[in-house]
Design a binder for this molecule. Structure first.
Ligand code: SF4
Length: 434
């Protein structure tokens, strides 16, 4: 029997797909060369915003077209979790809509794989083995769900409250990845900086077991422990209030001074309407503190344009913030009105066209800043990890999200090489081995 998994959405979903693949392999499945050759075709969907949902539906319909008539088509992931009954009714082409609490290989719902609830067995999706990777880097998901309730975000409504994996499970997965040739681990979770807090509270009724030697933030000790096992540890999705001085020091000490800050906006009134912490001034203070300790630190963030109630003053504030922050990388998204969120009940919606115009304005400004930041790397020496023939990354570039370092295609994949950066081409730079 052969399977095919098509994955939509964010890196977190890609990790889920790898775990599903690991589970199917353990059940005797082999990976197919294409969806049209498989006996089991799985669409792991994304429900984050309207555009992602549309893409997920299109993908399901395409898979229904190309699959063999006898093959089973299963829809799982966030859309299945959030709109299971509606999807099953609307898509007769699909054999099974399986939330994360259900088995993919039978029509009978089981508790075999569960992300949402407290696991009732050890067979928990987060802790499933994963197939060997060909790239020298890998995402490791260290928690699922989120305890926050940001105004625009529906994730907690279908992924539930935060459930952190144990230190032991995370280290075991990291060691297996390193043994398979991985040189860089990218830690992900919905709210990474809060990892371990739920276990510390013992809210799940489980042993409170997190590395917490300093009596502070559990993520600090986890990051230290991981960085003694693998050359690079990169942290994504840091909620700004979780970026404590201790965590900053730890990140800097790992040798990967990369800060992915989940900021969303800079205007204080708008952030409060989003039910989020902080404001532009505090964010700038934090960035300045980090740059004072390491002028080469790299920053990424993402921002929402067109949140209900957003004014021209808010937009001006954001543009001034971007100018002052000089982030290396940033992503911009228009607000997506999601059922069941706090923002859904707010009036004063911003017309989509206006949100798009504000997005273009912010993107253009940031593109220019990113270009200057990339030009500044020219003339420096960087240690890069060769991801694929001709494709490498220094600590400044996160895989799949940022630009790359173009290198000689004969350099060995999986090796670290010191290069001199000789040119920049938009978001990418070019390096020559030294
Ligand atoms: S921290 Fe992230 S995942 Fe959690 S509610 Fe806010 S936006 Fe959603």
């Amino acid at each position: 029997m052969r399977y095919w998994i098509e994955t939509l959405g964010c890196p977190k979903n890609h990790v889920d797909s790898e775990k599903l693949a690991g589970m199917l392999v353990s059940q005797g499945y082999d990976v197919a060369v294409s969806a049209s050759e498989a006996d089991l075709v799985v669409a792991n969907t994304c429900a984050f915003i309207e555009a992602a949902r549309e893409e997920s539906i299109e993908t399901v319909l395409e898979l229904a077209d190309v699959k063999r008539p006898a093959a089973r088509l299963v829809v799982t992931g966030c859309m299945a979790e959030r709109y299971g009954a509606e999807l099953a009714a609307a898509l007769p082409e699909v054999d099974l809509v399986a939330g994360f609490g259900e088995s993919l290989t039978s029509n009978v719902a089981s508790t075999a794989v569960s992300l949402r609830r407290r696991p009732t067995t050890d067979f928990d999706l987060l802790n499933l083995p994963r197939p060997a990777t060909t790239a020298p880097w890998a995402y490791v998901k260290i928690a699922e769900g989120c305890d926050r309730r940001c105004g625009f975000c529906a994730i907690p409504s279908f992924r539930g409250d935060q459930r952190s994996r144990s230190t032991q499970d995370i280290l075991a997965e990291a060691r297996a990845l390193v043994a398979g040739g991985v040189k860089e681990i990218v830690l992900i979770a919905q709210d990474l900086a809060s990892w371990g807090h739920d276990r510390r509270r013992g809210a799940l009724g489980e042993a409170v077991e997190v590395l917490d030697e300093g009596g502070t933030q559990p993520l600090i000790e986890l990051t230290r422990a991981l960085s003694s096992e693998v050359e690079r540890v990169r942290l994504l999705y840091l909620y700004p209030s979780g970026l404590t001085v201790g965590l900053i020091d730890t990140i800097l000490s790992t040798g990967v001074p990369y800060f992915d800050l989940s900021l969303q906006h800079s205007s204080r009134p708008l952030l409060r309407a989003m039910r989020r912490w902080g404001d532009g001034e505090r964010f700038l203070e934090r960035i300045a503190l980090i740059r004072a300790a390491d002028p080469d630190a790299t920053f990424r963030s993402s921002f929402i344009l067109g949140y209900p109630g957003e004014t021209e003053d808010d937009q001006r504030h954001l543009l001034e913030f971007l100018e002052a922050a000089q982030l290396d990388w940033a992503g911009f998204f228009t607000f997506s009105d999601e059922d069941g969120t706090f923002a859904h009940e707010l009036g004063d919606h911003v017309p989509h066209e206006l949100a798009l115009e504000r997005l273009r304005e912010a993107s253009e400004l940031q593109d220019a800043i990113t270009a200057v930041r990339r030009d500044a790397v020219v003339g420096t020496n960087q240690r890069v990890l060769i991801d694929a023939p001709g494709v490498a990354r220094s600590v400044r570039e996160c895989p799949e999200i940022d630009g790359i370092v173009m290198v000689d295609p004969t350099l060995r994949v999986g090796s670290f090489v010191d290069v001199h950066i000789v040119a920049s081409h938009g978001t990418d730079v070019e390096g020559v081995a030294i």
